[in-house]
Ligand binder design. Structure first.
Ligand SMILES: [Mg+2]
Length: 257
């Protein structure tokens, strides 16, 4: 591991999928790097746009890998969505497995105040389902998108994420969805505030140039792009976004003590 000294970092925020693991496979060096930061006394947090699993399952997966990021250190868009819905009623387009993160909110199939768009798995957003969302929004519902990622990396290759479907609804209705996960600045600022660090003293490590790096930069954080997971050189170049650091993988993280 490259342990060159770096300065002024007081907290390290990790994207999870593509940085520490891809699917069920841990990226070599992930445990060592997170343990090193953890043992040096810096707060660590996991920021994930994952909408396929509840926070409890993500925490279990990290624990099974032996990576010391605990449930209380994991930040997901579902919690923000729940907060945004408040006393309103919502129609949830999320996997059943995510429902535990929405416990306590009012749900409805007709005239919802909010439509929550999350990951739906295999069948996903069919034309019929998009048609239903379109009409609900035309009738006044607000779309809360758990994120707007364009695509994601699975073990068998790249797949469409929910972003293209959120964009389709925005385009058809002429409205803008509220994006709750990365790259929302509120998401990054909320985590920094929970960790009691200023955004400029926090480092965000991610494999998504737009959601992780672009979002964190806009929010004032330092950034490190890893060339694992969904990283694609051409795509990074096309965005014009530059991370403060580019690392072959999480194993190459510098020393932030
Ligand atoms: Mg990722």
């Amino acid at each position: 591991m490259n342990r060159k000294k770096a300065t002024a970092i007081k907290a390290v925020l990790f994207d999870l999928d593509g940085v520490l693991y891809v699917g069920d496979h841990m990226i070599p060096g992930a445990i060592e790097s997170v343990c090193h930061i953890h043992n040096s006394g810096l707060p660590v947090a996991g920021l994930t746009n994952t909408t396929t699993q509840p926070k409890s399952a993500i925490a279990r997966k990290l624990a099974e890998f032996g990576i010391p990021i605990h449930a209380s250190d994991i930040y997901t868009p579902a919690a923000l969505a729940k907060q945004a819905i408040g006393d309103g009623c919502a129609k949830l387009y999320v996997r059943d497995s995510l429902l535990e993160d929405f416990q306590g909110i009012r749900t409805t199939d007709s005239n919802p105040d909010y439509i929550v768009m999350g990951d739906l798995g295999g069948e996903g957003y069919t034309p019929d389902l998009l048609h239903a969302i379109f009409n609900a929004v035309m009738d006044g519902a607000t779309v809360l998108a758990l994120h707007k990622n364009r695509f994601w990396q699975k073990p068998d290759g790249l797949h469409l994420d929910i972003g293209p479907f959120v964009a389709a609804i925005e385009y058809a209705t002429g409205t803008e969805a509220t994006i709750l996960g990365k790259p929302s600045q509120d998401f990054f600022h909320g985590v920094c505030s929970a960790l009691h660090v200023a955004p400029e003293s926090a480092l965000m490590i991610g494999d998504d140039i737009e959601s992780d790096i672009g979002g964190a930069k806009d929010a004032g954080l330092k950034t490190a792009l890893v060339q694992t997971g969904k990283y694609r050189e051409d795509f990074v170049r096309a965005t014009g976004i530059k991370a403060d650091l580019v690392l072959p993988s999480i194993a190459d993280l510098p020393d932030y003590r």
